[in-house]
Design a protein around this ligand. Sequence first.
Ligand code: ADP
Length: 317
Amino acid sequence: MPQIASIGEVMIELAPAGSDADKELKALSFAGDSYNTVVTLARLGVNSAYVTRLGEDAYSNEIVQRLRNEEVDTGAITRSASAMPGLYMIHNAPDGEREFLYWRDQSAARQLFEDDQRNQALSAYFAQCEWLYLSGISLAVMSDEAREKLLALLHAYKANGGKIAFDSNYRPRLWASAEKAQQANMAVLAITDLALLTLDDEELLWGSKGNPLSEANTRYAELSIDEIVYKRGADDVIIVNGNAETRVAVKRVENVVDTTAAGDTFNADYLASRLLGGSAIEAAREGNRCAGVIIQHRGGVIDKATFMNHRAEFTVL
Ligand code: ADP
């Protein structure tokens, strides 16, 4: 049975692929934070599952097939006859800035956790998993009612001895208000064992009076999170266990090509290392390695052989 199940939304991605006369060409692929993480987890040898809701269309079939090719368990994925996967497009503006355009309001993933009968089946599935992984984006794409239902499932899972890993991944435009996002985050962090946070997102979500790290530590001090990991781009990763704080240096990558999925990939390698018996420091070093590789390539999920070879060659500090 899966050691870890990742919960969230995967979308169809249309990325720039040159031009042909007056046509702009696009390359079609699939991406989403929880999807990027689960694919990497499986590549690193962790028995992993993906939990989402898709449609019955050809691209939904293709997503399932790709997950199977990556040896990710798809047994908990449900299909909707009335919806399809969300879609996003990457647009390169003339000034070189990348713009992201989304069509995800009606996506099948929004229906995940809406239905009580399906939730019962998911609850039984979760009970067999050692860990569940989800993010602030997973929480943002569902209705308030569905989010409450998911929280109930997570509480039951946790009461049964299950472990929860959470990345706050704050995307303001997915939320009606910052307060809503704060509430949802706190509700999940209250039952989280391993928090994989990005300090920039913490500051964006909560604001800061000048020291976002100590403010975050104060905010979460009352919660019983075993391990909090703060990702800070090319700056040291900071791991907080109770009152102990450990810093793990990052080898700065100079030729950054695309930072998409840096955090998602870091999370995958961190989790893989922890689940396979590594220490927090070893896990952070592995996370840095994987993230350092992904940011030198375009896209959230890159070809498996390229990823594995580059990862093996990439030396960490
Ligand atoms: P997110 O992608 O979620 O915004 P960060 O920007 O904090 O998260 O980056 C996540 C991880 O990616 C970092 O902890 C680090 O391991 C790696 N990373 C990001 N930028 C660099 C860089 N310039 N050089 C090396 N590693 C980086």
